[in-house]
Design a protein around this ligand. Structure first.
Ligand code: UD1
Length: 421
């Protein structure tokens, strides 16, 4: 199993290219199931989660080939071979549940195992089920699988979401493109990845309006055609690397970064004493003074502060001047990085969904363990600021969401290497 070793104390300087968004790509890929014609994605990230989705789509009958070292994914699903998403694949990644809507729309039936993925809370599927039921699907849970059936096909309707779930919005959006009649998704998620999915579906011939707002309207069509779509920039990878100079000093330019993807996060960086400047190529970041300042952070659905950047922000606040309060409102169990950061000398007190972080002068290198995707990268960032050596084990979590982390950070001056134990 691989580990990553970081030796802290080097200033970072240079450019970091930001990949296409994992979370967008994982929603875009299942869209191939909606059409007999080819769907090609460019600017795809090279990650193990993308390989898992490839495996899943192939098991359903899609032909998937990757080109340019994985940056281009060409898919085509002329015929469906199966409508069952097996536990063996789904357990590796929750986003596997995004085949449910497309399968129901195209084949009028689907069997999808209940998902796995990061251990960051219960993460049920009830909102997905309610949303697809509103389009006429009958769904029951048997033997750990959701069995879904749409007799005579899905029909459009009003779909009010109890919570603006990203995955449920994506599933119902894809399903509605081929439903009979019109659908209105109310309290839809507004994340940039939803906007990206809607754009791709529209390029395939879907009729969609209102993406990026809380009300998305879809007029069902008989069939979708071929399209080529460029995956939007990964705002979470972007935010992660934007934090790096706050740990080390120096200046980093994140290529492909855009403020509109990450506004709430940038406001917090400014309050913490970190300058962000828009350049032609992306976003340039540097710390004002020697130490960041404490800030309070509450995670919220987009356009609020993203939960997927909470662990990285907490790591940064561990060395800030003053006391910060973090509130996690999206996932109930998402402070598992806190005890690992404490092993590095951080002062963090977690009470339920709240964490209080009192900044210390210096973190100290230690052996720590990655517990989920974003937690693992927060430990690497902390290692950049720590005295001595930090060894992060179980980095398979990291490889699900960050391509070539050691190369990207190494290229701007970090002392970081991957070792295989
Ligand atoms: C997506 C992202 C994930 C991110 C999250 C929130 C992908 C592949 N993953 O996950 O990285 O952290 O959005 O921004 O895009 N919930 C229910 N019932 C449901 C569905 C969700 O209770 O049927 C709850 C979840 O348990 C969680 C909250 O709603 O507490 C948010 O979930 P959701 O927005 O659906 O996130 P995902 O789509 O799973």
């Amino acid at each position: 199993m691989d580990s990553i070793i970081v030796r802290g104390g080097s200033e970072l300087r240079g450019q970091i290219p930001i990949a296409g968004a994992k979370n967008a790509c994982l929603a875009l890929m299942p869209a191939t199931l909606l059409s007999e014609e080819p769907l090609t994605l460019t600017n795809a990230p090279r990650l193990s989660d993308i390989r898992t989705m490839t495996q899943l789509l192939e098991s359903l009958g899609a032909e998937v080939s990757s080109m340019q070292g994985g940056k281009v994914i060409a898919m085509s699903t002329h015929d469906l071979a199966s409508t069952r998403a097996d536990y063996e694949i789904v357990r590796k990644m929750r986003a596997s549940n995004l085949v449910l809507g497309p399968l129901l729309a195209r084949a009028h039936e689907a069997e999808v195992s209940l998902p796995g993925g990061c251990a960051i809370g219960a993460r049920p599927m009830d909102i997905h089920i309610e949303a697809l039921t509103a389009l006429g699907a009958e769904i029951e849970l048997k033997d750990g699988y959701l069995h879904a059936l749409a007799r005579g096909g899905l029909r459009g309707g009003r779909v009010p979401l109890r919570f603006a779930s990203v995955g449920a919005t994506e599933n119902v959006l894809m399903a509605a493109t081929l439903a009979r009649g019109g659908t209105v998704i109310e309290n839809a998620a507004r994340e940039p990845e939803i906007v990206d999915l809607a754009r791709c579906l529209r390029a395939m011939g879907a009729q969609i309006e209102g993406e990026g707002t809380s009300t998305i309207e879809v007029q069902g069509v008989d069939r979708l055609g071929a399209a080529t779509h460029r995956v939007v920039t990964d705002r979470i990878e972007l935010g992660t690397y934007m934090l790096a100079p706050a740990f080390t000093g120096g200046e980093v330019e994140c290529l492909g970064g855009k403020l509109e993807l990450i506004g709430a996060f940038c406001e917090k960086l400014d309050a913490a004493g970190i300058d962000v400047t828009e350049t032609e190529a992306g976003l340039k970041v540097r710390l004002r003074g020697d130490r960041p300042r404490a800030v309070d952070v509450t995670t919220e659905p987009f356009p609020g502060f993203p939960t997927d950047l909470q662990a990285q922000m907490m790591a940064m606040l561990c060395t800030a001047q003053g006391t910060s309060r973090l509130e996690e409102k999206i996932f109930e169990n998402r402070f598992m990085h806190a005890p690992e950061l404490v092993r590095m000398g951080a002062r963090i007190d977690v009470q339920g969904g709240h964490a209080t972080v009192t900044g210390v002068d210096k973190l100290k290198g230690a052996r720590v363990m990655a517990t989920d995707l974003r937690a693992s990268v927060s430990l690497i960032l902390a290692g950049l600021a720590a005295e001595g050596e930090t060894m992060v084990s179980r980095v398979y979590h990291l490889d699900r969401g960050y391509e070539h982390v050691e190369e990207k950070l190494g290229a701007v001056g970090a002392k970081i290497e991957r070792v295989t134990e």
